[in-house]
Write a protein that binds this ligand. Sequence first.
Ligand SMILES: C[S@@+](CC[C@H](N)C(=O)[O-])C[C@H]1O[C@@H](n2cnc3c(N)ncnc32)[C@H](O)[C@@H]1O
Length: 245
Amino acid sequence: MVVEKIKKLENNQLETFNKEYVNEERWPIVKKMIDQSFPEGNFSFLDIGGGNGIFTDKILAHYPEAVGTLLDNAEVLLEMNKSHPRKKLILSSAENLNDIFNNQNFDVIFFNWVLHHFVAETYWQTRKTQNEILMQAQSILSAKGYISIFENMYVGALFKNLPSHLIFNLTSNKKLAPVTKIFGANTAGCGVCFLSDSTWKQEISKTNLHIVNYEEFPKWKINILRQILLHIGSVRVGHFWLKRG
Ligand SMILES: C[S@@+](CC[C@H](N)C(=O)[O-])C[C@H]1O[C@@H](n2cnc3c(N)ncnc32)[C@H](O)[C@@H]1O
């Protein structure tokens, strides 16, 4: 039996992910990078943590030659997927990529707001897990393949990655869960591990991937109390397009 170390949210927490993350503002960067990388539009892709399937369906609708696999460990979200002749669904955790796809590779692997959910027992085990999964993904990329990552970049006012530690420690603490819930943390009691953009760049430099493109979206408005408590300088969505080698 495979022992999974990534912690899983409760169903009521997972259900809040039933929305469209790659919206009209964010879709153009994905489309631009795919069009540049696969002008013929025929590519295979893996959507890790693809949840309700809205993003996978969008890719399939825009690229009639593309074939997609969506992997998620939340049954409650997988069940929300519409069926599609070019879509395959897999119920599993991302830490099992190499076992599941040992004979298969993909032209694009998407990590849309999922890397920060690869939470293990401690902060540093979590960071190791994020790195291991990126390494696994890299090993199942085709020679012409790319990895696409959307993340919320939490940048500290002075110490760039301090919000990452603070948010992880507060949200993963079970005793504090009733309080962190009140402060709006959907991951209360389980944990979440956002990083700053520069820390993600360091993580990427530890792999055999290089950054082809990095795009940032507008800064979010953050409540002043939250800003002070979490040492936040800025928060914004960032998108990486990575290639092997
Ligand atoms: C914030 S949602 C993003 C959903 C989707 N990627 C999108 O952009 O619309 C996070 C998703 O990651 C999934 N997830 C969390 N941990 C996972 C794991 N270990 N393996 C696979 N999927 C996971 C959740 O079930 C959820 O669908």
